[in-house]
Design a protein around this ligand. Structure first.
Ligand code: SF4
Length: 376
């Protein structure tokens, strides 16, 4: 089944570390953008079955509930949306009210993903986030009151000035709120991030690398103890509450992306929409191409992709299935290069399943780079 992704590129303020495709909210641009999205969805209509819709951003919760409803209805007209489809909306805690949440729920959204990042106000301030820790907890309570029984919270670790103990305060606060799903990311600073300059000016530093590793391992241990199951490097969930949409990215699935900068992958072809909001709107309005970089993956690229993404999953890769699907011999091609990771206990291979150990997840990029550097 297809997954549908809808990108909403508007934010109330731009966070000092953010490298996503987003810009400042502008009501008139937003109106034009929603009209363009409706048209793009209609244009791609082919009645294919789909079982997830994901509003990502930016800050999708800045849209009016009626606009989210119209976009979901457009998806229902264009595709055969499963009756039990997972419909997720990313939301920032400061944008929600009890009334708006009820209306998002009525529009069809059945899963909320809050960008919390930290439950400490000093850390949120350093990240230039608009909400406080108390506001994030209120947003969770409001979502529950509005009937949401599938919530995800994002946290970021290895923040400027953050100690291991401070990071674990946020993890414990998350556990206390009991979301069904959580994502834990390491802060990655892109080269020109304004936060870099602020850090230099304010003499803020990052904890040593070893502490970052401990942050990750101890957080995962606490989430294990609280009954969460890790299913991907950065993601944990209560049983049956994994993100069905994101699993499509990690299991070689098919998805269509709508809106500026959205990516799509279907039947071995990959494409990306124009990144600029205004260029995207103009292209849709003129009936022109919204996509750029459309290309068919080579067999080797498709195989590497399946390995990269599959290895992110805790359950790993079923090597027999991948071999059959790509007429390949995964261990024959990569085994020699991967052996040292297996010996170090970072990679586990039992002749059928190939997966990273938790310690291996800390070195995932290094291990995965072996897939691209191996000779064909
Ligand atoms: S709210 Fe999210 S998408 Fe918007 S600027 Fe901040 S981090 Fe980026």
């Amino acid at each position: 089944m297809l997954g549908l992704y809808i990108h909403i590129p508007f934010c109330s303020a731009i966070c000092n570390y953010c490298n996503f495709n987003r810009g400042l909210f502008d009501a008139s641009l937003k109106d034009q953008y929603v009209r363009a999205l409706l048209r793009e969805i209609e244009r791609e209509a082919d009645g294919s079955p789909a079982d997830t819709i994901y509003f990502g951003g930016g800050t999708p919760s800045l849209l009016e509930p009626s606009e989210i409803a119209a976009l979901i209805d457009a998806c229902r007209s264009a595709f055969a949306i499963a009756s039990d489809a997972e419909i997720t909306m990313e939301a920032n805690p400061e944008t929600v009210t009890p009334e708006r949440l009820v209306r998002f729920r009525e529009a069809g959204v059945n899963r909320l993903s809050y960008g919390v990042q930290s439950f400490r106000d000093d850390e949120l301030e350093r990240l230039s986030r608009l909400h406080s820790a108390a506001r994030a907890a209120d947003a969770v309570a409001m979502a529950r009151a509005a009937g949401f029984d599938n919530l995800s919270l994002d946290l970021m670790m290895w923040l400027p000035q953050q100690t291991i103990a401070q990071w674990l305060e946020s993890v414990d606060a998350l556990v206390a709120l009991g979301p069904e799903h959580a994502s834990l990311y390491i802060l990655e600073l892109y080269p020109n991030a304004p936060l870099r300059e602020t850090m230099a000016r304010s003499k803020w530093s990052l904890a040593p690398d070893d502490d970052a590793a401990d942050m990750y391992l101890e957080a995962m241990a606490r989430l294990d103890a609280a009954g969460y199951e890790q299913y991907e490097i950065s993601n944990v969930a209560r049983p049956q509450r994994q993100s069905r949409h994101n699993l499509k990215y990690w299991t070689d699935g098919a998805w269509l992306g709508f809106g500026c900068g959205a990516h799509s992958t279907r039947r071995g072809v990959r494409w990306k929409n124009l990144a600029s909001t205004t260029e995207y709107i103009a292209a849709v309005a003129s009936g022109g191409q919204t996509s750029v970089e459309r290309r068919t993956l080579t067999d080797r690229e498709a195989l590497e992709e399946a390995l990269f993404t599959g290895l992110r999953l805790t359950r790993g890769i079923d090597v027999d299935t991948v071999n059959a699907r790509y007429k390949s011999d995964v261990w024959g091609i990569y085994g020699t290069r991967l052996e040292r990771f297996r010996e170090a206990g970072l990679l586990i291979y039992d002749g059928r399943l190939l997966r990273l150990s938790r310690a291996g997840m800390l070195l995932a990029n290094e291990i995965m780079s072996e897939f691209v550097s191996a000779p064909a």
